[in-house]
Design a protein around this ligand. Structure first.
Ligand code: ZN
Length: 267
């Protein structure tokens, strides 16, 4: 495929997954601009709204360069958010489609939060006491939603795999693969409470989709032993809270409960 054709193909897949997302969720669409780019960090920096944000970005440069994609909120709640997808992460697996939905979910969550706390600016909302909580909850929610739609798209676009094969794949391979990623992240972010919890949220978001698919085989009573040994009840309590609070409406008045659960992970 030549460059233009493959670009068109990527864009039409992106539109397809977004349409699917709005059909299934019934959410009121938010206008976003999607860009496929080579240097995620550079573009992120260009789109930043102020010096404080630029300084924070510089601190997180390595982290951003490793991402599949990211989103950029405008200062004003009525401005246009961006979704940036790294060209290097676009491949036949279609995983970038999950990334688009992941970032779109963040955008919806932060819009909901800003309205909930009655602010007009995303920038101001970041100073709200509950912002660190919506940030972490949204990571669970975005991982869950992105992964759900990625799976849906993968089976629509790529091929049809039987239910038994899917369960085998998750139990035999995917779960231990994701646990290994989590183990590495927990070591790496041992002294960074925000990213330590963020990594846990990602794993739990994925786990919750497995539970939706195979509730008899994957659920809180059949939680990975490795995590139970490391965290004990702290992790199952957190997971149950998240699993029972799947939408912003569920969680919006429970941030203090979430705060208690998350604080237990901080030394
Ligand atoms: Zn995220």
């Amino acid at each position: 495929m030549n460059q233009d054709k493959s670009q068109q193909h990527v864009e039409s897949l992106a539109n397809l997954i977004i349409n699917l997302f709005y059909q299934e969720t019934n959410l009121k669409p938010i206008d976003v601009k999607i860009e496929f780019i080579n240097d995620l960090y550079q573009r992120r920096l260009e789109l930043s709204n102020n010096q404080k944000e630029k300084n924070n970005l510089e601190l997180g440069k390595e982290f951003i360069q490793g991402l599949n994609g990211t989103m950029v909120l405008p200062t004003d709640v009525n401005g246009t958010p961006h979704i940036l997808i790294s060209n290097s992460k676009i491949d036949d697996s279609g995983a970038f489609l999950g990334t688009i939905i992941h970032e779109l979910t963040h955008i919806h969550d932060f819009h909901d939060f800003v309205k909930h706390v009655n602010y007009n600016s995303f920038f101001d909302a970041e100073t709200h006491k509950d912002f660190p909580l919506i940030y972490q909850w949204s990571e669970y929610h975005a991982r869950r939603t992105g992964y759900f739609f990625y799976r849906k798209a993968a089976y629509l676009i790529i091929d049809d795999i039987s239910t038994e094969e899917q369960l085998e794949h998750i139990k035999g391979y995917e779960c231990s693969f994701q646990l290994e990623i989590l183990r590495n992240q927990l070591n790496k972010y041992e002294n960074n409470a925000t990213l330590f919890i963020y990594s846990i949220m990602q794993f739990l978001g994925r786990f919750s989709v497995w539970q939706d698919l195979f509730p008899n085989y994957i659920n809180v009573n059949l939680f990975p032993r490795e995590l139970l040994l490391t965290f004990g009840e702290r992790i199952t309590n957190l997971y149950e809270f998240l699993y029972n609070n799947k939408t912003f409406n569920d969680v919006k008045n429970k941030f203090s409960d979430l705060d208690i659960l998350l604080k237990q992970f901080i030394k």
